[in-house]
Design a protein around this ligand. Structure first.
Ligand SMILES: C[C@@H](O)C(=O)SC[C@H](NC(=O)CC[C@H](N)C(=O)O)C(=O)NCC(=O)O
Ligand code: NI
Length: 137
C-alpha cells in the first residue's frame, strides 16, 4: 500500500495553487471539475503518484472559508536549506509562524508556515534522499 494524497478543502483554488507552486515549489499535477456536485479538484506535489504523495486541493463552488477546528495538525515537507526556504516563503508573502530552529530537545531543524487557508505546513531540514532519524535524533 502507499500513501497517495492528503485532501484539503480550500476557499480559493487559484490562491492555493499559487501558494503550493510558487511558494513551496510544487507542480500542478492535474485538475478536474465536477459540475454535477459543484466542486473542482487540483492535485499538487513534487511528482506524481505512486512515487510521490500528492495534495488534493478541493474547492467547493461558492465556499470560501471553513471552520478549521482544532483537530488538524500539519503536513510536513523536507527542505535542503530551511533558512533559504523560509526566506523564499517570506519573500513570496507566505506566513512563518515558527522560525527555523532545532526541535525542542533535539537537533532536527524545523519551521512552521501556514498556507492561505491557515493549514499548517511543517518544514523539516533534511536532504531529500535522507531517511530514518526521526525528530529529535
Ligand atoms: C478524487 C478522490 O481523491 C477524492 O477524494 S473524491 C472524494 C469525494 N470528494 C468530493 O466529493 C469533493 C466535494 C465534497 N463536497 C467535499 O468537500 O468533500 C468525497 O467523497 N468527499 C467526501 C469526503 O469526506 O472527502
Ligand atoms: Ni481524495
Amino acid at each position: 500500500m502507499r500513501l497517495l494524497h492528503t485532501m484539503l478543502r480550500v476557499g480559493d483554488l487559484q490562491r492555493s495553487i499559487d501558494f503550493y507552486t510558487k511558494v513551496l515549489g510544487m507542480k500542478l499535477l492535474r485538475t478536474s471539475e465536477n459540475p454535477e456536485y459543484k466542486y473542482t479538484l487540483a492535485f499538487v506535489g513534487y511528482g506524481n503518484n505512486p512515487d510521490h504523495a500528492e495534495l488534493e486541493l478541493t474547492y467547493n463552488w461558492g465556499v470560501d472559508k471553513y471552520d478549521m477546528g482544532s483537530a488538524y495538525g500539519h503536513i510536513a515537507i523536507s527542505a535542503d536549506d530551511i533558512y533559504q526556504t523560509c526566506d523564499q516563503v517570506r519573500a513570496a508573502g507566505g506566513n512563518i509562524t515558527r522560525e527555523p530552529g532545532p526541535v525542542k530537545g533535539g537537533t532536527t531543524v524545523i519551521a512552521f508556515i501556514t498556507d492561505p487557508d491557515g493549514y499548517k505546513v511543517e518544514l523539516i531540514e533534511r536532504a531529500d534522499n535522507a531517511g530514518g532519524g526521526g525528530l529529535g535524533s
